[in-house]
Design a protein around this ligand. Structure first.
Ligand code: DWN
Length: 418
């Protein structure tokens, strides 16, 4: 039984519930010590898919004021600094001196890069705590949720935007049609709307079920973006695949008829169809794979615990909380979770209540195995934690399949490969 009245993007009622994960706490609702004994509110996390456009979605249970104070910042990963520098180069070029508006600007990591390249910028974000960080970077922020009313106020104060960009925000929006009405009002006649979001095809291909959580109300197919845009006289004119966050896409939209779609758009749409993203069996097979992974991962952790090993997690991530809560991996298995973000230190993970500590615990408490809950940054983490590997520590990377990663064996340096 669907918890949705219809597809959030194309309005179809052809919805399939394929991964009912039960009731979960909000994935970023880390718990302060003084509230440790309180019962946490939980909401259904039952994943549905629209078989007419491929949008994976959950019912919107995020409280109205949820994003007024937000813990996540992209700055915690060097990977994102590099990624946003490349995106800023692209945006400044297509803006050609016009205004760049970032909806969901967070701490303005992207807009500060655009500003450093000489662009006119404006951020929009409801998180007052993050707006302070943005302003400290010299970026102006309109602190509010985005929709038609905010679009009208911003247009009156700053004019229409040459570029509207939104990165890892569109998948948090409960009412996409309201958001798109705002885009239509703010975007210049010759403007470009750029969306960066995880690509649902990568989620299916790499078993990334944990990227589904309450604040990620949608995981997009390119077809779902195209069908949504059509309601607002916009069309997809370009798309590129990106490695960030487990596999994303950067989709560019313009007013219908103002530009010819590139060949990549058709290629990605055909790829989605060929991989069965509109077929029910694709999703039932996915759910079976996830349940099998859960059984194997818990067995691995349980066996290690029986051997007397010390286990911990790396990355107090929102996705990690979906994985820990769905697979029921708690403090009986993981002694703590490490994270570089100081905003999370001293808190407990929502649901499983595993303590979050700083990276110094890896040396101080010397875990034998680290379950990598920030697998999307594993290369960066592995490089950063080389000392852990050198002393015989191992990473347990849960997806796309559980695998143990130890120190690279010393390569025999022979003449051929010296
Ligand atoms: O959409 C969202 C994505 C982009 O970020 C937000 N709704 C919430 C958040 O989800 P997440 O928490 O799963 O995101 P990340 O970016 O995968 O979180 C990485 C976490 O790992 C951060 O808390 C920082 C931490 N980290 C670390 O401790 N050491 C990251 C790196 C690279 C490190 O070396």
């Amino acid at each position: 039984m669907s918890l949705l009245s219809g597809c959030r993007a194309c309005r179809s009622e052809n919805l399939l519930t394929f991964l009912p994960m039960g009731d979960h706490p909000l994935a970023q609702a880390f718990v302060p010590p003084e509230r440790r004994d309180e019962t946490q509110p939980k909401f259904p996390l039952d994943s549905e898919v629209c078989l007419d456009c491929g949008l994976i979605q959950v019912a919107d249970n995020v409280p109205a004021n949820y994003f007024h104070h937000y813990l996540y910042v992209p700055s915690g990963a060097d990977t994102m600094h590099r990624h946003f520098a490349g995106l800023a180069d692209h945006l400044v070029k297509i803006a050609a001196g016009g205004l760049i508006v970032d909806i969901g600007c967070n701490d303005a990591l992207l807009l500060s890069a655009c500003k450093a390249r000489g662009a006119r910028t404006l951020g929009i974000d409801p998180a007052a705590n993050l707006a302070e960080h943005a302003r400290a970077r010299g970026v102006s922020v309109h602190t509010d949720y985005f929709g038609p009313a905010t679009a009208d106020r911003v247009r009156e104060a700053h004019g229409r935007a040459a570029v509207i960009v939104t990165t890892n925000t569109f998948n948090h929006i409960g009412d996409l049609h309201d958001f798109m009405e705002g885009v239509q009002r703010l975007l210049g006649d010759d403007g470009t709307f750029v969306i960066e979001v995880p690509w649902a095809r990568d989620l299916l291909d790499k078993n990334e079920f944990d990227t589904i959580y309450h604040e990620h109300v949608s995981e997009f197919s390119l077809l779902s973006v195209e069908k949504l845009a059509d309601f607002f006289g916009l069309e997809v004119v370009d798309a590129i695949k990106l490695p960030v966050h487990g596999g994303s896409m950067r989709v560019s939209l313009r007013r219908r008829g103002t530009a010819r779609p590139t060949a990549v758009v058709g290629e990605m749409l055909r790829q989605e169809a060929a991989e069965g993203m509109l077929r029910a069996e694709t999703y039932t097979a996915f759910a079976d794979r996830i349940d099998d992974i859960g059984r194997r991962l818990k067995a691995m952790l349980g066996e290690m615990k029986t051997q007397g090993l010390t286990l911990a997690g790396y990355g107090a991530t929102a996705k990690g909380n979906t994985l820990l809560n769905y697979f029921q991996i708690g403090p009986d298995l993981l002694d703590f979770v490490v994270d570089r973000n100081p905003l999370k230190h001293g808190l407990f993970s929502p649901g499983m209540m595993i303590p979050v500590v700083g990276p110094e615990a890896i040396e101080g408490r010397r875990p034998d195995v680290l379950l990598v809950l920030a697998w999307n940054f594993f290369d960066e983490i592995r490089e950063q934690q080389s000392a852990f590997l050198e002393r015989g520590g191992r990473f347990l990377v849960p997806l796309p399949e559980p695998r143990l990663v130890a120190r690279e064996p010393e390569r025999d340096v022979t003449i051929e490969n010296a």
